[in-house]
Design a protein around this ligand. Structure first.
Ligand code: TYD
Length: 398
């Protein structure tokens, strides 16, 4: 019986996806023979409500100099992080010290470049991209020891931020401990990650992959915060990455609590987000989604192309057993992915220019979280008969 990484209670198994390659491990053919697989199983804790992976892949295997994920590939995300930065600034004093955990290529931290700031980003290649924007970046992992060092050398933080990074960190108790040490008396810790409430509502099981160790609900985050003398002062739904919540935490009693916190807590209680039975229903929906997608893909007349070599697609392709016989290639705009192959399925990743030069009639939309942006961009292709196959929130043609 596996135990909760946070409170040590026995976990309730949810879905076992089987052995999976590294989700962001886009590779060259010489590496096919050496590609490793790791168990991918998600479970929930009936005691503290935290949804989590049972096994965690070694960080060095995921976040290294070869890390292919650059945040700044989507115009919509760049705008979103501009708004996130503006919202945080409203809560800050003059001359604030702002720390961002996992600042990636600086897509959000650049909005704080003029003031006292620090990015903590262990993936060297994206950290270099952030440095090229003039940002100050530390490439160590965020721990309580690093938090103490930063407080001594730079002073307390007025804001600690994290976008799509906190849920990646297995040793979450150490992170919350570090936050408590580094955060000034009125400081805020604002982080956003995929919301388990949306994953359940949309059956977006492809959010489940090695990098996402935790799938947050307010119920679970509030319990975790309380164990570290922190409390949730705001919880805002965000329409990015398929549905996220931005949690804002502060030292207990330091700041007023927004009404949204009570509202979301009540909604989660009504939906049973802390109940094992809710997750049993999700597991059944995931199995049905897989069957429907495989049937739709195998029923396509003519070539099918993937659109967006997302990390999420690694779970879908490998769980559904889809490969180069099903998809001719996956189109993507990210230079570091083009010319490589999709993890596990070994479907080639080709430049978006290839998609434009010889448009297929059918495309499987892996980047469904950017559907609005992509459907607008591909209006001419759709007008000429092009169709997207999607699987979120259900398998259908668009
Ligand atoms: P992303 O949304 O970050 O998903 P994940 O976290 O699952 O990796 O990835 C989107 C991918 O889709 C990224 O590789 C860029 C690509 N993309 C396109 O190729 N065309 C587009 O128009 C957009 C918006 C994204």
């Amino acid at each position: 019986m596996s135990r909760c990484r946070l409170c040590d209670a026995a976990l309730h198994p949810v879905v076992d996806f089987g052995p999976m390659p590294i989700a962001n491990g886009f590779l060259t053919p010489e590496r096919f023979a050496h590609e490793k697989r790791f168990p991918l199983e998600v479970a929930m804790c009936p005691a503290c409500a935290m949804v989590q992976l049972v096994d965690v892949v070694d960080e060095a295997a995921m976040f290294n100099a070869d890390y292919a994920f650059f945040s700044s590939t989507s115009a919509g995300m760049a705008r979103h992080f501009g708004r996130f930065a503006a919202d945080v600034k409203r809560r800050l004093p003059d001359d604030p010290f702002v720390v961002e955990l996992g600042c990636n290529d600086g897509i959000m931290l650049r909005h704080f470049a003029d003031g006292r700031h620090l990015g903590v980003e262990p993936s060297a290649n994206v950290a270099d991209a952030a440095r090229k924007l003039g940002l100050d970046v530390d490439t160590r992992f965020f721990t309580a020891a690093l938090a103490d060092e930063l407080r001594q050398t730079r002073g307390p933080a007025d804001a600690i931020l994290g976008a799509n990074v906190v849920c990646h960190i297995p040793y979450l108790d150490a992170v919350f401990d570090g936050v408590r040490r580094l955060l000034g008396p009125k400081g805020v810790f604002a982080f956003e990650d995929p919301y388990i409430g949306d994953i359940l509502a949309l059956t977006s099981y492809d959010q489940i992959y090695d990098e996402h160790v935790y799938y947050f609900s307010l119920t679970a985050v509030a319990k975790l915060a309380a164990r570290h003398g922190l409390e949730v002062i705001d919880a805002e739904r965000q329409p990015v990455h398929g549905g996220e919540v931005r949690f804002t935490l502060a030292h207990r009693g330091a700041r007023p609590i927004h009404a949204r916190v009570g509202e979301l807590a009540a909604e989660e209680a009504a939906r049973g987000l802390g109940q094992p039975a809710t997750f049993d229903a999700f597991a059944a929906a995931v199995a049905a989604s897989k069957d429907a997608l495989v049937k739709a893909v195998r029923g396509v007349d003519g070539p099918l192309v993937g659109y967006g070599a997302t990390s999420k697609s690694t779970t879908v392709l490998n769980y559904c057993g889809l490969g180069p016989d099903d998809l001719a290639y996956i189109s993507d705009v990210t230079p570091t992915k083009i010319g490589r192959y999709a993890p596990g399925s070994h479907i080639p990743i080709r430049a978006y220019a290839d998609f434009c030069a010889d448009p297929p009639q059918h495309a499987l939309l892996f980047a469904w979280n950017h559907a609005a942006e992509i459907v607008a961009k591909e209006a001419d292709w759709r007008a000429a008969g092009g169709r997207f196959l999607t699987y979120v929130p259900r398998v259908e043609w668009r």
